[in-house]
Design a protein around this ligand. Structure first.
Ligand code: FES
Ligand code: FE
Length: 373
């Protein structure tokens, strides 16, 4: 019998130095989803998002363009906006000394300090690249020119296939937030395999019978989807879905589940009537925040009797099952005994992720070494 491929070594899941590298090499160089365009529809509407510890402010300017900035005042560094979302009329005002910035990030006012003293041109907010795909807002913190968003997404297998469901007009019916005591790679690894499904998700395997075998996609590809149990069009507690099919969904596709990881750390799970998007936001070497948006056909959400509870409750239970095993794994990988684990064949996607992750990390490390020499 051949030796099995090894997982990452234990410290990769908890060492602060590895986490610092993950922030620089992965999270500050990739396109990271920070929310939905429905939250920044009008000029001055804003959201904030945490990108591996960096607070990013996203808004829409007067010209209807999305804009993203570090949530940091150029005067003496004060945090500019508090909370997750809000709306300003035409400017952001720093709570510290009341400097103001226009919606496109230009410095506008510096009360009690002469205009000639502080150059307006040189002290605009620090900008961040921003773009949208299918109604999702993405930012990229790279200092050099980032690749086009869609080109980057094309590198995550099966993601562009999901465009056929036309997710851009979907509306959020519910959002959940979970703080999980596990490294982000443990959460992603768990998403990338279904070997745990028969043990951890007894209710889920009843709805997606293929998961009983411990693989996500039997042919190894996501574009065909996996069949739901007879008569189902939703991964939910009730058998009959009360929501409309997603706009681009054919009758045949409606009875399937489709899912993809958007590298590095976003999950998109789609079945007939709902799309569930989960953002994994690292909050430290051994912790994450998981933000999950439950998205539905806009006409379903607009109905007076709209009720997402059957979908939400079922999937929240699945999420809690996942989060519990991730926290359990985190405890074990911090043992000094855990030099590494092993990947049997059904963990192949997890192994693939590790290889890609390591190649980006190594490339970043050698670039920074070169730059230092
Ligand atoms: Fe923002 Fe002074 S730190 S105005
Ligand atoms: Fe799971």
């Amino acid at each position: 019998m051949n030796a099995l491929p090894a997982t990452l070594p234990g410290p990769d899941y908890h060492d602060p130095a590895v986490y610092a590298l993950d922030r620089e090499a992965i999270f500050f160089r990739s396109w990271i989803c920070v929310g939905r365009t429905e939250d920044v529809r009008e000029a001055g509407q804003w959201i904030t998002a945490d990108v591996a510890g960096e607070s990013i402010l996203v808004t829409r300017d007067q010209e209807d363009s999305l804009r993203a900035f570090y949530n940091v005042c150029r005067h003496r560094g004060s945090r500019l906006c508090d909370g997750d979302s809000g709306q300003v009329k035409s400017a952001f005002r720093c709570p510290y000394h009341a400097w103001t910035y226009t919606l496109d990030g230009k410095l506008r006012g510096t009360p009690h300090v002469g205009r000639e003293e502080v150059s307006r041109e040189d002290h605009g907010l620090w900008t961040v690249a921003v773009d949208e795909w299918q109604g999702f807002v993405f930012v990229n913190l790279r200092r050099d020119d980032p690749p086009a968003l869609r080109d980057a997404l094309a590198e995550s297998e099966g993601v562009l296939d999901l465009e056929r469901f036309d997710l851009s007009g979907l509306r959020r019916g519910f959002r959940s937030v979970h703080e999980v005591q596990a490294n982000w790679k443990i959460i992603v690894a768990n998403y990338n395999e279904c070997l745990h499904c028969p043990t951890v998700h007894p209710e889920l395997v009843d709805i997606v019978p293929a998961f009983r075998s411990g693989v996500v996609f039997e042919d190894g590809r996501s574009d065909g989807g996996v069949s739901l149990a007879e008569g189902r069009r939703s991964v939910a507690g009730d058998h009959e879905s009360r929501h409309l099919l997603l706009p681009g969904m054919t009758e045949e596709e409606a009875s399937s589940y489709f899912g993809s990881l958007l590298f590095p750390a976003m999950f998109l799970d789609i079945s007939g009537c709902e799309a569930i998007a989960t953002l994994v936001q690292p909050t430290g070497p051994t912790s994450c925040r998981l933000i999950t948006d439950y998205l539905f056909h806009p006409d379903s959400v607009a109905r007076a009797d709209f009720d997402p509870s059957a979908v939400v409750e079922f999937n929240e239970r699945v999420a809690e099952q996942d989060n519990a095993v991730c926290e359990r794994a985190q405890k074990g990988v911090m043992s000094r005994a855990f030099t590494h684990g092993v990947y049997p064949e059904k963990d192949a996607e997890v192994y693939k992720f590790d290889l890609h992750y390591k190649s980006l990390r190594d490339a970043y490390r050698s670039r920074s070494q070169e730059a230092a020499e």
